[in-house]
Design a binder for this molecule. Structure first.
Ligand code: ADP
Length: 263
């Protein structure tokens, strides 16, 4: 903890300098608090599955268990290991996005083929949950980091699927505007309360709701989406009605412009 107070009431250059030092000090303090919160959240998110793995592994080590129990515990260990694996992958991706100091690799690619492939990959999940999909995808090429943009579609689609109940509907569009690409992901799922919308892109944020409690997640997917869209100088909007559904709209410029890292 540190605190700095400088004489900011002077109207001259010294006063101005003091104001900018004060701002820098505040930013440092803020980033220090964010770093601490981040470490705290990460540790907590690792601790829970690790405790479960430890506990169930101890039970499995007991050779008096029925084969039914043995299978049940093994499945829990499997699910918790998967959770740790997803968490680690997402954290590594976020850290690599954060530490991008130079211009990222960009190329010209067909965003329509990319999105179509992502939809194909998730089709089995839609069949599994009996969710119907409509997709209207225009033929568009854009310049950007192909692997990162693919993550944007994957995360938005997997959220639409996760937070939409069986028998629901997902509607996806990809269109071209005068200088950019507009993608919409609309679902008729559980929706998000308006008080939660400003926090959606924060790291580790998950809506605290009984209906959400059953759904697996890390709270990092949308933070990753936001970071990638910002790195492409794009933006993302959300509209949602609780119980009715949610729409995420992504705007990306077709020509790559270097994002201002301080923005
Ligand atoms: P998670 O891994 O928890 O899904 P995300 O960062 O992807 O993390 O999303 C953050 C939170 O936003 C989710 O936990 C969920 O509460 C809410 N959310 C995201 N997408 C949707 C959606 N399509 N419908 C309803 N809620 C959503």
């Amino acid at each position: 903890q540190f605190s700095v107070t400088l004489p900011t009431s002077r109207g001259d250059e010294i006063g101005e300098l003091a104001i900018s030092f004060q701002k820098m000090a505040n930013q440092l303090q803020e980033s220090d608090q964010l770093r601490k919160r981040f470490i705290n959240d990460v540790s907590h998110d690792f601790q829970t599955p690790l405790q479960n793995i430890k506990g169930y592994a101890a039970l499995v080590a007991n050779n008096e268990l029925s084969s039914e129990k043995l299978h049940q515990y093994a499945r829990i260990i499997q699910a918790e290991t998967e959770r740790l694996s997803v968490l680690t992958k997402q954290l590594l991706l976020l850290t690599s996005l954060d530490s991008l100091t130079e211009q990222m690799d960009v190329e010209l690619f067909s965003v329509s083929s990319q999105l179509t492939e992502v939809l194909q990959r998730y089709r089995w999940l839609m069949v599994d949950k009996n969710i119907s999909l409509t997709a209207e995808i225009d033929d568009i090429t854009m310049c950007g980091n192909q692997a990162y943009i693919e993550k944007v579609w994957e995360n938005l689609l997997s959220n639409a699927l996760k937070y939409t109940t069986t028998g629901g509907m997902i509607d996806i569009t990809l269109t071209e505007s005068s200088n950019g690409v507009i993608a919409t992901f609309k679902d008729n799922g559980i929706g998000i309360h308006k008080n939660n919308i400003p926090h959606l892109f924060e790291r580790f944020f998950r809506v605290d709701d009984a209906r959400h409690a059953e759904i697996e997640g890390t709270g990092l997917g949308l933070a990753i989406v936001h970071q990638i869209v910002s790195l492409h100088s794009g933006k993302i909007d959300v509209t949602s009605i609780i119980g009715k559904g949610t729409t995420f709209t992504v705007y990306l410029p077709k020509k790559f412009q270097n994002a201002d890292p301080s923005a």
